[in-house]
Design a protein around this ligand. Structure first.
Ligand code: ADP
Length: 460
């Protein structure tokens, strides 16, 4: 067992002093004083110098006290970790209490040191990088994995972490931890083509704990999946265009044998579906890659809403719903017009598709000063609440047969989710089976642009 200091027989000593009050120890001193005075008095009387005898006795007592004081001082100054000198009386009690308090403190200290040692050695053994920074973002401590993964050197102690990991995405995350609860993935600055997932936790006032691990394998697998879908969609595009071109030509022929007409009609609708699927897959992969998307255009909402409403009316011809347009905001949106228009249009066509004939669909745009709300409300078939959490997954359908029947690809809401993510917006869905659904897109204030406020500026 770890035993850094000598152990006196505390139990015994404790017993000795346990029930003793200060008076008990003072009594020992008094007894000594009385004893010396009696002896001194008698001897003084015997030789005819009573008072001198008493003075000498008192001086001897005083010398005893001085010796005790000297021993106490010597122990405290030179040997505080050793057992205290064995003294009687008040000095002994004082020494014992000081020593006992000191020992208890040392035991607690040793326990704490042991605990810290264990915590530290487990952090050192971790394959994940761990870095601690103080309130000024200066590096206080890190483990060997942090040296390997993040390139932190012994000389970096006390340096600002942001001068070592300098990627803009990391700096942004460091300053706004709450925006990315799952952390962020960055390219490793130590190994080429390596990726590191970083998660920060704030503690104390402004100190931070950084955890990082290598996610290169997962990143590569994810990339392979994306590339595969991307490539296959591109490869399918050309043959599909050729096929649908021919099929359309044949379908349009007036002298087409009626026996073939049905087959060609079906081929036509299936190639259209495949085309839609390929286009959605390509759009999704472009959105995931975050490529070439301008997200800082000012989108005039009244004109976009009217455009969406006209398109909805054209699509609604076969359904005969009542369509309403409800605009109650002067704000425009800042973002990518094509992407947002496509996301909004997905929600509107879904509302029309999943509402039995003769229903009502209302398209709305509102704001409350803090958020902007694009809403699509329908009186359609609704969605069982158990499906809501998975609704924006790729190819997730509540009712596959119905979705295929309506020409759906199963990718519409996944696209909506990605477009919204890129605009720091999110989707809220409220639905009751057989009563209808409301899909609400919530935009943050930074995405709203009020043309009436001339000083309105944006930097995104
Ligand atoms: P799809 O192409 O199949 O419509 P989406 O991703 O657009 O794919 O939608 C996913 C599923 O969510 C749909 O299959 C449908 O079951 C359900 N859904 C979407 N919008 C509505 C709505 N307005 N009313 C009822 N169900 C809906």
């Amino acid at each position: 067992m770890y035993e850094p200091y000598p152990t006196p027989d505390l139990a015994r000593d404790h017993k000795k002093f346990r029930y003793s009050s200060l008076w008990t120890f003072a009594k020992q001193d008094l007894r000594l004083l009385v004893f010396l005075l009696v002896i001194g008095g008698f001897i003084g009387l015997g030789v005819g110098y009573f008072w001198v005898g008493l003075c000498i006795a008192f001086s001897i007592f005083f010398a005893f006290q001085l010796r005790s004081l000297y021993l106490v001082n010597e122990w405290i100054s030179n040997r505080p970790y050793e057992a205290p000198p064995n003294l009687d009386g008040i000095w002994g009690a004082l020494l014992f209490n000081v020593y006992r308090a000191q020992r208890q403190e040392r035991v607690v200290q040793a326990e704490m040191v042991g605990l810290i040692d264990r915590a530290q050695s487990s952090l050192v053994a971790l394959a994940e990088a761990v870095v601690l920074t103080d309130e000024l973002h200066q590096i206080e401590w890190w483990n060997p994995a942090a040296e390997k993964l993040l390139g932190i050197q012994p000389l970096d102690r006390g340096r600002n972490l942001l001068t070592i990991i300098r990627q803009p995405s990391f700096i942004d995350y460091f300053n706004h931890i709450d925006k990315s609860p799952d952390g962020i993935k960055i390219k490793s600055s130590v190994f080429e083509e390596h990726y590191v997932q970083i998660k920060l936790t704030r503690f104390g006032s402004e100190s931070r704990l950084l955890l990082a691990y290598d996610v290169t394998r997962i990143h590569n697998l994810e990339q392979m999946r994306k590339d595969f879908v991307d490539n296959i969609s591109h490869e399918l595009r050309t043959p599909l265009t050729v096929l649908s071109g021919y099929i359309e030509t044949f379908t349009d022929q007036e002298d087409l044998n009626p026996r073939w007409k049905r087959a060609f009609d079906q081929m036509h609708s299936q190639t259209r579906r495949m085309n839609a699927l390929v286009n959605d897959l390509l759009l999704l992969s472009r959105l995931e890659g975050n490529k070439q998307i301008a997200k800082n255009q000012i989108i005039e909402m009244p004109s976009l809403m009217n455009q969406l409403f006209d398109d909805a009316q054209a699509y609604n011809v076969d359904y005969g719903h009542t369509l309403n347009l409800d605009i109650d905001s002067h704000c425009d949106l800042i973002g990518s017009d094509t992407e947002l228009a496509s996301a909004f249009s997905n929600l509107i066509t879904n509302a029309i598709k999943y509402t039995p004939k003769g229903g009502t669909v209302t398209i709305g745009w509102h704001d409350d000063g803090e958020h902007g709300y694009f809403t699509v409300q329908d009186t359609g078939i609704g969605i069982d609440p158990k499906h809501l959490p998975r609704l924006t997954e790729r190819f997730y359908r509540v009712d596959s047969a119905r979705s295929r029947q309506t020409g759906g690809t199963g990718l519409g809401l996944a696209i909506v989710k990605h477009v919204l993510m890129q605009h720091a917006a999110y989707l809220e869905v409220e639905s009751k089976e057989n009563q209808g659904s409301t899909f609400k897109v919530v935009f943050p204030k930074e995405r709203l642009y009020n043309p009436d406020e001339s000083l309105n500026s944006f930097e995104l």
